[in-house]
Design a protein around this ligand. Structure first.
Ligand SMILES: Cc1ncc(COP(=O)(O)O)c(C=O)c1O
Length: 377
């Protein structure tokens, strides 16, 4: 089936009891057992919930995967991945990832004896050069938050296969609509569903998708054993949202292309980072491995005063954390999403104090452009 058909139907069928077209919210913590050891496959809410498993099936299909394992946040999903390694193991990570991923790995997991190397994975030889005897995982974010640089997925997957490493891709920025890392040979896809997949800024959620049965069995076990599961109501809200993912992503992108092109001509702007601009260093790779360029734009205004001015004066864009919602958001990565990344590391990757990140919503592009222009004036 096509993406939009799958988004609406995959994993879902009318409720057998009432015929309800929409999967109900199964708000129950436990299930009646017929007799000792005989039940309908549902024992306890942390382990089994039909609203959750429906969501997992739906997103697995959209990501061209076999298994989906849902968590209470994107970071809970990232944390679950850490159960694939143990003390003494080594993980290679893209040097520019979401700040919370950096914080989890470097400031929490390191204390458990796991070692991390932060490399620019856009240059594939950097991955190969960082491999050690104890390397187990390669964690890639593409496009990255907030610098929007890309890593060649097929190339990275090939290196991982050759060295028997598990490849993980944070696909949050593209959503399954624009990019499917499993189709390039990657092993696991991670999403913060909080962003485009849910898209209405009213849920925190995360999910892992894989085709590998062994990886799935381990992660499924961890989902129950650690217990960072999403609530049935959150699963229901996300399931409602995936139905419109295709139309939302089309509009996010259409608006972002217009805004990126407008800003790149502005005298107030030093640099626009958007993979859909022909000036972007990874434009050709973007066309090869993505079906669109997404709705995220980063803009360097060259000086902090101009950046502050725009953050303060926008009226339609909302200053706030997060991204991927229907409403446009604006943020300052250096002091917000990436505050836990040391300043020198931030500046090394171009994440300056004058960088502003736009999550372009699905309002009318003309209104968004007028808003940015008036804020700059
Ligand atoms: C690219 C990316 N990955 C992961 C996360 C973490 O997700 P959550 O906030 O749902 O825990 C975020 C959050 O901003 C993100 O932007």
């Amino acid at each position: 089936m096509g993406f939009s058909t799958d988004a609406i139907h995959a994993g879902q069928s009318p409720d057998p009891v009432t015929g309800a077209v929409i999967t109900p919210v199964y708000l129950t913590s436990t299930y009646k057992q017929e007799e000792l050891g005989r039940h309908k496959g549902y024992e306890y809410g942390r382990t089994h919930n039909l609203t959750r498993s429906t969501l997992e099936k739906n997103i697995a299909v959209l990501e061209k995967g076999k298994h989906g394992i849902a968590f209470s946040s994107g970071l809970a999903a990232t944390h679950a991945l850490m159960s694939l390694v143990k003390a003494g193991d080594h993980v290679i990570v893209s040097d520019n990832v979401y700040g919370g991923t950096y914080r989890l790995f470097e400031l929490i997991m390191k204390d458990y004896g796991i070692d991390f190397s932060w490399v620019n994975t856009s240059i594939l030889s950097n991955i190969e050069n960082a491999i050690r005897k104890n390397t187990k995982l390669v964690f890639i974010e593409t496009p990255t938050n907030p610098m929007l640089s890309l890593t060649d997925l097929a190339g990275a997957a090939e290196i991982c296969r050759k060295h028997k490493l598990t490849s993980i891709v944070d696909n949050t920025f593209m959503s399954p609509y624009f990019q499917n890392p499993l189709t390039f040979g990657c092993d696991i896809v991670l999403h913060s569903e909080t962003k485009y997949i849910n898209g209405h800024s009213d849920v925190i959620g995360g999910i892992l998708i894989t085709n590998d049965d062994k990886i799935h069995d381990r992660l499924r076990y961890v989902q129950n054993a650690i217990g960072a599961v999403p609530s049935p109501f959150d699963c229901w809200l996300i399931l409602r949202s995936t139905k419109t993912l295709a139309v939302r992503m089309e509009r996010h992108e259409k608006n972002a292309v217009q805004i990126a092109s407008h800003l790149s001509k502005s005298k107030f702007v030093k640099k626009v980072y958007y993979p859909g601009l022909t000036s972007h260093p990874h434009y050709e790779l973007a066309k090869k491995q993505m079906r669109g360029f997404g709705g995220m734009i980063s803009v360097d205004f060259g000086d902090i005063e101009t950046a502050k001015k725009i953050l303060k004066n926008v009226k339609l864009f909302t200053l706030g954390e997060s991204l991927g919602g229907v409403e446009s958001l604006i943020s300052h990565p250096a002091s917000m999403t990436h505050a836990s990344v040391p300043k020198e590391k931030r500046e090394e990757m171009g994440l300056t104090e004058s960088l502003v990140r736009l999550s372009v919503g699905i309002e009318d592009a003309e209104d968004l452009i007028i808003d940015l222009d008036q804020a700059l004036r």
